[in-house]
Design a binder for this molecule. Structure first.
Ligand SMILES: Cc1cc2nc3c(=O)[nH]c(=O)nc-3n(C[C@H](O)[C@H](O)[C@H](O)COP(=O)(O)OP(=O)(O)OC[C@H]3O[C@@H](n4cnc5c(N)ncnc54)[C@H](O)[C@@H]3O)c2cc1C
Length: 1010
């Protein structure tokens, strides 16, 4: 039975079994199984399957021949061998490749080039074409490029332009290595030319572009796929098997702006028909249409899409065998995925294709798992384990060759030789080899002389602008020390090392992850809080189980007299609590943290029910509360340990920190668990007693936190909860004579009122820690990546319905890219789902209550008369929801008020970015600031100029992590110190020095015995 205290919350809005959260079971095993276990399974599957000496003997001549007679593009591979991405030069090259081509204005291009090349040293680069070009650009830059901030003279500017032009050219050449043509006709002609040399060569064209942010992007990509299919179809032979025709590779993320597991229903409804139109055309022309593999989190979703397509193929084009899926061997579920694809084929009576790759998103998979505190990594953590995974997958694919045509995509000579050996043993010929355009050319030249197998080239097509994300992945691959192509180009890597058996290597180690699991991110200092991954059914089920049982209890309000009595108890309890060893208090906090961790799903459910949080926000909030408890426990033990101070002989001087007395902690509804727990934990662990007043809207979650802390060992009178209105209960608490300090998070006006009330009291002057709001800005220059900006903006401005003090309020975009960025933000905002927070598909839940809604509505009415509205109105007074709103304004000063909702103001800037920061500083707030630029020196200079507590570069501006990004601002945004940082606890403490004259009892023994 749900019992809602929040008057604006209706059961209809909080549907306990919303449609899109109906349990969907996963087809594949848990992606977070222990790596050692998965590896053992893979090794067992390969037991006795390969004669590695024969593999090596087969691959050696290929390698030797490539090294002796390098292919045309070898120069680039050599360049990246000389300058791996781990070097300044390699990194500079990658950064320039990623950004320079898209920068529209000369000023920024000069600044970017100077910034990156200024720190790189290409002197003495090899004299191959591209290397020479890059060297020349770098050498020139040394003389001509201005340092960021200098005003270059005319001659120097002319020089800088030339250097930028040369660098641009070098980067274009770099890009051209990986792109077959600027459009499909161009690419088809080049493919034809290639076939004159290798008649059996086939291509899978890839229309560059991925990750549509808007419906318009998706429509554009769909159109470009359609055009490409038409062009390929025109030259294909419909009577041939798809393996003998050219084909197309597509990315589902390009075809839908919300290709995400949480949007499952919508993806199936909207995306599948789009992809089907492509399937139809491919089927009619007998082409291979392969769905590229993207991030692990989308795997289950792509399987559902794939099966929907396969079932329709079975009905409408049963003879077509060209529908394909790419599989990543670095995934711990890859073999099971192959089994599932084969099962789909058998279920529907169709033949399918499977491209086996190792995987191109390895670093981002590792980062995501760490950020979300997941139980393990969904990918292998050592390169040779991925190789073993690949071989196990290859075997599984060959075993399924009655229904699956295997496409082995790798540039690794050892992997190719091993896979060929397995195919021969099985007598299978139903497979082809694949390589990327611009990679592995030398190896394949040799392999195809030796082997009678089909070979398909994955051939990206598109303009330079669309190449960037792809190019970065290729540079990472070519530049990584562990990669085969990198080692092949490095003659110092001997044959045995290059062709070492990955199976042998795995067998000689324990299979444990190569680096700490997410839970051990902070090493021995403290455990990291653990999260849940709602894209995994078992994890979702834990949340929904909790949801089915959640109830929001009514919390009794404090009555008149309760505050005074509580203050009395708190004062009386202080001495005993303060005198308990800090280690005991820290242990209590750690116990509470462990209990909270165990209770994560019910706490999340309570946050959704009471505070109207979406599930991902709820998970992040519980994790933050856990982190606060553990962080402050550790910090207290460090800070409260007595410190011996130096002094004259004959006396001992010690500095000690201890509690001040009874603290009042007043927390807001927008982080009713994390901020509440953070304030309370900091006060408690430093020896204070606490009178905690939660926000009126969210007392139940606070009550639950208090219950956990009491259960962990905090005595009842040491932590007391007093629920009630700020004007009465809050004011009475602040007015209590015995109060030793106040920690407050909320609005600036209330913080000022508390400050005045404290100042008006007789007695001691007590500290006030106030964290208040902000008008947070993000400055975007023309080197920024619009897609990254759009993601960061949408998350920062609209997640949590904009009800975070860190939320983005003002976006300042350089005029040269403003149109595109604003369009993208607008489109991405429109693709968000506004609604019931209990529904996993919801991105933007309701505002907390009618008062908050009315406040935002008033601001919207004002903005609609003073600014240019860029999105349709979307307020609903019954549900208190507000669809994301975007307004264009002309001056920073127009955004002087904090609007606590999903409302973003945007302006275009030109000239010096420092002037924009100066105007933002002049608003008087100082909480968060976002900078989007690829010019590192600019980011550092602007961050130094900014009066903001938290500056984020090239990412979103929300979700500060305890101990990683201590949170809090300056000016109108608060007093500091930062919560979750090393300076927070001392503010809760009084200090004492103890000086003991050690000679008083006799002589100076220490001096005599020195
Ligand atoms: C035709 C073709 C199509 C492709 N399509 C896709 C696709 O749809 N999706 C996709 O993701 N990729 C795709 N790729 C890219 C592919 O993932 C990489 O090219 C491939 O991983 C390179 O493998 P290799 O055997 O050539 O090189 P190798 O050097 O033998 O292997 C490199 C791979 O090892 C893995 N690796 C590196 N370090 C580690 C580590 N510490 N722990 C574990 N693993 C590690 C990485 O996945 C890396 O890519 C495609 C490649 C080809 C050739």
């Amino acid at each position: 039975m749900h019992e809602f205290t929040n008057p604006s919350m209706t059961k209809a809005m909080l549907n306990p079994t919303p449609q899109s959260v109906q349990p969907r079971t996963d087809r594949l095993p848990d992606p977070y199984r222990a790596e050692a276990r998965v590896l053992a399974e893979r090794l067992a599957a390969l037991d006795g399957a390969l004669d590695w000496a024969a593999v090596q003997a087969r691959a050696e001549p290929w390698v030797r021949a490539v090294r002796e007679n390098p292919p045309p593009f070898w120069a680039m591979e050599r360049l990246l061998t000389e300058y791996p991405i781990s070097s300044h030069e390699g990194l500079a090259l990658m950064r320039l490749a990623e950004a320079l081509l898209r920068v529209p204005d000369t000023e920024t291009a000069i600044a970017l080039t100077a910034d990156q090349l200024g720190r790189a040293d290409f002197e003495g680069a090899s004299d191959a074409v591209i290397a020479r070009l890059s060297s020349a650009a770098i050498a020139l830059s040394k003389r001509w490029l201005p340092a960021e901030g200098d005003t270059p003279g005319l001659v120097a500017r002319l020089g800088a332009r030339s250097v930028v032009a040369a660098t641009l050219r070098a980067v274009q050449l770099l890009g051209r290595q990986f792109v077959l043509g600027e459009d499909i006709e161009d690419a088809l002609s080049r493919a034809e030319a290639g076939r004159r040399v290798h008649p059996t060569l086939r291509h899978s064209f890839d229309m560059l572009g991925e990750g549509a942010r808007t419906e318009a992007d998706a429509a554009h990509y769909l159109q470009s796929y359609r055009q490409a299919l038409e062009a390929i179809a025109r030259r294909a032979d419909p009577m041939r098997h798809p393996s003998l025709n050219d084909g197309l590779s597509i990315k589902l993320s390009a075809l839908h702006p919300r290709y995400e597991p949480a949007q499952h229903e919508r993806v199936m409804r909207e995306l599948v028909p789009r992809v089907w139109t492509l399937c139809e055309r491919a089927a009619q022309a007998s082409l291979n249409l392969t769905i590229d593999a993207e991030e692990v989190e989308r795997l289950e979703l792509s399987l559902d899409v794939f099966e929907a397509l396969a079932s329709r193929v079975a009905r409408e084009y049963p003879l077509w065998e060209g529908l394909g899926l790419a599989l990543q061997a670095y995934q711990t579920r890859a073999v099971e995925l192959i089994d599932e694809v084969a099962a789909i084929a058998r279920r529907h009576g169709v033949r399918l294709m499977c491209r086996l790759v190792k995987g191109a998103y390895w670093d981002s998979e590792i980062k995501r798992a760490q950020e979300l505190g997941l139980p393990s990594y969904p990918v292998f953590t050592r390169k040779h384990r991925t190789d073993v995974g690949y071989l196990a997958c290859a075997r599984a694919l060959l075993e399924a060759d009655d229904v699956v045509f295997a496409q082995f995509a790798t540039h690794n000579a050892g992997t190719i030789a091993a896979m060929l050996q397995m195919a021969r043993q099985r007598g299978s010929t139903r497979f082809e080899l694949q390589r990327l355009h611009g990679m592995g050319e030398g190896v394949y030249r040799e392999v195809l002389r030796d082997v009678d197998a089909g070979c398909r080239v994955y051939a990206p097509v598109g303009a330079h602008r669309d190449l960037l994300a792809y190019l970065v992945r290729r540079l990472l691959e070519n530049g990584a020390n562990s990669s085969f192509v990198h080692q092949l180009a490095d003659e110092s890597v001997g044959m045995d090392a290059l062709l070492e058996s990955p199976i042998g290597r795995c067998a000689s180690e324990d299979g444990e992850p190569a680096f700490a699991l997410p839970a051990r991110l902070f090493g021995a200092v403290r455990p990291n809080s653990e999260g849940l991954d709602p894209t995994v059914a078992a994890h979702r089920e834990r949340l929904f189980d909790a949801w089915r049982q959640v109830s929001v209890p009514r919390v009794p309000e404090a009555q008149s007299g309760d505050v005074a009595l509580a203050a009395q108890h708190a004062a009386t309890a202080f001495d005993a609590w303060n005198h308990r060893p800090v280690a005991e208090r820290a242990a209590i906090l750690r116990r509470a943290a462990d209990d909270m961790q165990a209770q994560l799903p019910p706490l999340c459910a309570l946050l959704v029910a009471e505070a109207r949080k979406t599930w991902p926000d709820a998970i992040a909030e519980v994790r933050e509360a856990i982190d606060f408890l553990r962080y402050y426990a550790t910090e207290a033990e460090r800070l409260l340990a007595p410190v011996e101070l130096p002094g004259p002989t004959g006396e001992r001087n010690t500095l000690r920190l201890h509690g001040r007395g009874a603290w009042v902690c007043i927390s807001p509804w927008n982080f009713p668990l994390a901020i509440f727990t953070g304030q309370v934990a900091a006060a408690l662990v430093t020896g204070n007693t606490v009178l905690a007043k939660p926000a009126e809207q969210t007392p139940a979650i606070a009550q639950e936190a208090v219950r956990l802390l009491h259960a962990a060992g905090v005595p009842a009178e040491v932590l007391q909860l007093l629920h009630g209105p700020g004007e009465t209960v809050g004011a009475a608490l602040v007015a209590e004579p015995a109060v030793a300090g106040v920690a407050f998070t909320g609005s600036t006006p209330v913080a000022k009122a508390i400050q005045r009330a404290l100042a008006a009291k007789d007695g001691p002057i007590v500290p006030l820690i106030a964290e208040t709001g902000g008008v947070n800005a993000m400055l975007v220059d023309s080197s920024a990546l619009p897609e990254q900006v759009a993601d960061a903006v949408v998350q920062s401005a609209f997640r949590s319905a904009g009800q975070r003090c860190s939320a983005l309020r003002l976006l300042c975009v350089h005029e040269s890219i403003a149109d595109g960025v604003i369009d993208m933000v607008r489109g991405a905002a429109q693709a968000l789902v506004v609604g019931d927070p209990a529904d996993l598909a919801t991105d933007v839940g309701p505002l907390i209550d009618a008062e908050a809604f009315d406040g935002v509505a008033r601001h919207l009415a004002r903005l609609r008369t003073t600014a240019r509205a860029l999105l349709p109105e979307g307020e609903d007074a019954t549900t208190h929801t507000v669809a994301p709103q975007l307004f264009e304004i002309r001056h920073v000063a127009e955004a002087s008020q904090e609007i606590f909702g999903p409302v973003l103001q945007v302006l275009r800037w030109r000239g010096d970015p420092k002037d924009v920061i100066a105007q933002v500083n002049a608003l008087g707030y100082g909480l968060t600031l976002g900078l989007q630029t690829r010019i590192d020196s600019r980011a550092l200079a602007l961050a130094a100029q900014a009066r903001a507590g938290n500056v984020y570069v090239n990412r979103n501006t929300i979700g500060a992590v305890v101990g990683v990004q201590p949170f809090g601002g300056e000016g109108l945004s608060g007093t500091g110190p930062k919560a979750g940082g090393p300076h927070y606890l001392p503010r809760f403490c009084a200090e004492q020095t103890l000086t003991i004259n050690t000679t008083a009892a006799g002589g100076n023994v220490a001096l005599f015995s020195a």
